[in-house]
Design a protein around this ligand. Structure first.
Ligand SMILES: *Cc1c(COP(=O)(O)O)cnc(C)c1O
Length: 362
């Protein structure tokens, strides 16, 4: 048996061990075909079944109807920063963006390159320590869309409610918290997520678009950059990221087996409570970097009293099998990523380690 660590990497990140074992079992001979799925045609019946299941499971797990198209595209979430405005930001319209951190400002920048993108709200002045209040998000009544980032992977904040945008389409980058809690997603017109945090390996990006928004997508775009191309062909216009889609399908099956999003949410709540409760018991030693009501359940960011202690923490944690805890260079400190595949045992053991570390270093 391979020795596996508790992997707190922010992305690519830990995947369910059950899923990795299935991939391993099926790797050389996918369901009696005598070949690996990565050696199969994306037009084969085997891959077609995978693609169809991945689409159906996405709708089922996330609670979405057939009026949402599910696409699996290449290019990462970062390509979506451009595809969204290319498809939906016409010349006489404005698109509004909420700036809550590094990824949302990158999305905003792409919007500005392509058209008239305006800020609807920003927490930049406050070092991105919070998610703006829903009432403070202001945008034109005829905006092409409002773009938000549900979880700020680097800064450690997360939306715990969402704006009601009425007739303005709500577009969301959910890369780092998709499928982590039970939400009513029907208020979103478009959701995208790079798979490498909660859904699978890097290389595939899930895009979910409601039909009424898709119908408004611009014509005359380069073929590969048009959502309509990919929706009409069920992501099979060209060779899709097939291996990634296969793993996303297995991860969605794993989520279903856990009891769906209510069960996943319950465990995720216990995981983040294990760490935040410990931090709140010793606020002078483990100092959270964001406001409490904006705290992320997926990426928990904290500082220790000084940088040498942080280095020591990371090194000692690694020595006992907890890896990936170094904060992003723009924040420093520690970042604990608790994606779906991190076990409750992993979060509890890390909390114990933190308790012990504080005792010997405070
Ligand atoms: C990781 C991440 C991205 C970037 O994803 P790529 O697939 O590397 O382009 C974008 N947005 C958020 C919120 C992320 O966490």
């Amino acid at each position: 048996m391979a020795k596996r660590v508790f992997n707190f990497n922010p992305g690519p990140s830990t995947l369910p061990l059950e899923v990795l074992k299935i991939v391993q079992d099926e790797f050389l001979d996918y369901k009696g075909t005598g070949m690996s799925i990565i050696e199969s045609s994306h037009r084969s019946p085997e891959f077609d079944e995978i693609n169809e299941s991945a689409i159906t499971l996405t709708r089922e797990v996330l609670g979405l109807g057939d009026n949402y198209q599910v696409l699996f595209l290449g290019g990462g979430a970062s390509t979506q920063f451009a595809m969204v405005p290319l498809n939906f930001l016409g010349p006489d319209r404005k698109a509004a963006y909420v700036d809550t951190g590094s990824w949302s400002s990158k999305a905003f920048k792409e919007g500005q390159i392509i058209g008239d993108a305006v800020l609807a709200a920003s927490s930049k002045e406050a070092g991105y320590k919070f998610i703006p209040k829903m009432n403070d998000i202001k945008y034109p009544a005829d905006a092409a869309y409002l773009h938000i980032t549900s979880n700020n992977t680097i800064k450690g904040t997360q939306y715990h409610e969402f704006p009601d945008t009425g007739s303005v389409p709500l577009v969301c980058d959910m890369s780092s918290d998709i499928a982590s809690r039970k939400l009513d997603l029907t208020k979103f017109s478009l959701i995208y997520a790079g798979a490498q945090k909660n859904l699978g390996p890097a290389g595939v990006t899930m895009v979910i678009i409601r039909d009424d928004l898709l119908a408004k997508a611009r014509e005359g775009l380069p073929t590969m950059l048009s959502y309509k191309t990919h929706a009409e062909k069920k992501s099979l216009y060209n060779t899709p990221p097939a291996f990634g889609i296969y793993i996303v399908k297995l991860v969605l099956e794993w989520i279903k087996k856990q009891g769906g999003l209510s069960a996943i949410e319950k465990v995720n709540r216990q995981k983040k409570d294990a760490i935040y409760n410990l931090m709140d018991s010793y606020p002078d030693f483990y100092r959270g970097t964001v406001e409490k009501d904006s705290r992320s359940w997926m990426n928990l960011t904290l500082r220790l009293p000084d940088e040498n202690l942080e280095k020591k923490f990371i090194a000692e944690a690694k020595a006992v099998g907890f890896v990936g805890l170094k904060g992003h260079r723009s924040v420093g400190g520690i970042r604990v990523s608790l994606y779906n595949a991190m076990t409750l045992e992993g979060a509890r053991k890390l909390a114990e380690f933190m308790e012990t570390f504080r005792k010997s270093n405070a």
